[in-house]
Write a protein that binds this ligand. Structure first.
Ligand SMILES: Cc1ncc(COP(=O)(O)O)c(C=O)c1O
Length: 448
């Protein structure tokens, strides 16, 4: 057969196998991935025409469509405005931009827009090794694409958090245009309240990257950055907020300074960094927002409980789980130092062989040049929680992980138990089973 045709066949086969492998046969503990409900999946499938369309243009200061450059926008404009208003309502703010197509894009537009408005290229960030995302860093988007200069927050490894006193001094001395919070390894709420005054004194905008904890915030189980002093919140829409892959930015247009900032960010979204805004995800984003309004509190609470229960259990069984003095975590994640068992890479690979999927992670005290073999693993509990795991299930899962980590059983033996165990969790909880169920819920609620 012609190689091109063989490739096409292989592509279809690999795509089919992937769905079975990751959705049915593996247990997912990657902390940055979300699990969509059947209703959200159905909405995505229903949006296939939208997925082919364009809607370039400007928005107003409420986040609504102001001007579009294409014809055929009658429903697209309604869809964009509805989902924007649903996000504003869920997160209690007066402006949202749902056009960014990822969390990195939301950061790009926010950092670029605010650095233009402030005419200041300095940005105070959490060090990469202490949990910041690469897009905050001088080695990634912020430095290499936007040309921003990073100044690091002071970090307290014992607390696994930004040191507020020393960071206040850093902000006052550096006089940045932006101070960022939030991150990818994110166990405890960052000191936004504590550092707002220092940021205000030097005229810096406070940007909180909520990508990891966005669903927990919607459920009221993590700090609420907009209430604590963040000027802008950026996020992905597909981690603890279990929607379609995309990005969002939130803010409150409360005064002229904020409106200036918002206008700068909007300009950085369009025309600076988008043409197509991937419209097909927007209805599904709205349905996820509805689910978070209805089920978000219970989902977030159980997610954090499961993470804390796993932290306690792994710790009691001899693992070095970070953040012990503070109950291991207040988010959906754990960080575990597995150096004594071979390091993060080896353990992540052995767990993968047992169909338990998570990632290696650099820890704050690691040699920063050794990213390929860090001490840690990061474990996220948002996916298993949505599949219905409770404390007993979490402890059994921890036992399976301990078997692998401590070398008590071969990964291939453990894999059989993982596959059998996973079969018991073939539903998605804390969400609607179908779009029809969502509509029935809405009809009942609107009538009653
Ligand atoms: C804190 C943080 N911000 C931004 C991103 C990037 O989001 P996306 O993958 O949607 O571009 C991530 C990704 O995991 C993240 O952890």
């Amino acid at each position: 057969m012609e190689p091109f045709l063989e490739l096409a066949l292989e592509l279809i086969e690999a795509s089919r196998r992937h769905e079975e492998y990751r959705d049915i046969e593996c247990i997912n503990l990657i902390a940055s991935e979300g699990l969509k409900s059947p209703a959200v999946r159905e909405m995505l499938r229903l949006s296939m025409d939208l997925e082919s369309r364009y809607a370039e243009g400007e928005n107003d200061l409420e986040g609504h469509v102001k001007r579009r450059y294409y014809q055929g926008q009658r429903y697209i404009t309604r869809i964009e405005d509805c989902v924007t208003d649903m996000m504003k309502s869920l997160y209690r703010c007066g402006w949202a931009d749902v056009r960014p197509i990822s969390g990195t894009h939301a950061n790009l537009a926010t950092f670029k827009g605010l650095s233009l408005v402030t005419k200041n290229r300095k940005m105070v960030v959490t060090p990469l090794s202490c949990g910041a995302h690469i897009s905050h860093d001088y080695t990634g988007l912020a430095g290499m694409v936007l040309g921003l200069e990073n100044i690091n927050h002071a970090y307290n490894v014992d607390e696994m958090n930004i040191d507020p006193d020393r960071s206040a001094e850093i902000i006052r001395a550096a006089k940045p245009g932006i101070v960022t919070f939030g991150g990818s390894l994110f166990l405890f709420p960052h000191p936004v309240k504590e550092l707002k005054e220092a940021a205000d004194e030097v005229g810096a905008y406070v940007v909180y990257d909520a990508a990891h904890v966005f669903g927990l915030i919607a459920g009221g189980e993590f700090q609420d950055p907009l209430r604590e002093g963040a000027d802008f919140v950026t996020s992905s829409t597909h981690k603890t907020f279990p929607g379609p892959q995309g990005g969002v930015i939130l803010a409150e247009p409360r005064d002229e300074r904020m409106r200036r900032g918002i206008r700068g960010v909007q300009y950085a979204v369009f025309p600076l960094s988008t043409s197509n805004t991937h419209l097909g995800r927007l209805p599904a984003l709205g349905i996820t927002a509805l689910e978070m309004k209805v089920f978000g509190r219970d989902l977030a609470r159980q997610t954090v409980r499961n993470a804390q229960a796993a932290g306690q259990y792994l710790y009691e069984n001899g693992l070095k789980v970070l953040g012990e003095a503070k109950g291991f975590t207040m988010s959906h994640q754990l960080a575990v130092d597995v150096r004594e068992y071979g390091g993060g890479r080896e353990i992540a690979e052995k767990l993968e062989a047992a169909n338990i999927i998570l990632n290696k992670n650099i820890l704050p005290y690691d040699d920063q040049r050794n990213r390929e073999d860090p001490s840690g693993i990061r474990i996220g509990f948002q996916d298993v929680t949505r599949r219905g795991f409770r404390r007993g299930d979490i402890e059994y899962l921890c036992d399976l992980m301990l078997d692998v980590i401590k070398g008590r059983r071969k990964p291939s033996e453990v894999r059989e138990d993982v596959v059998a165990f996973k079969r018991e969790f073939n539903k998605v909880e804390y969400g609607f089973k179908s779009l029809e169920e969502a509509i029935e819920y809405l009809d009942r609620s609107l009538k009653g």
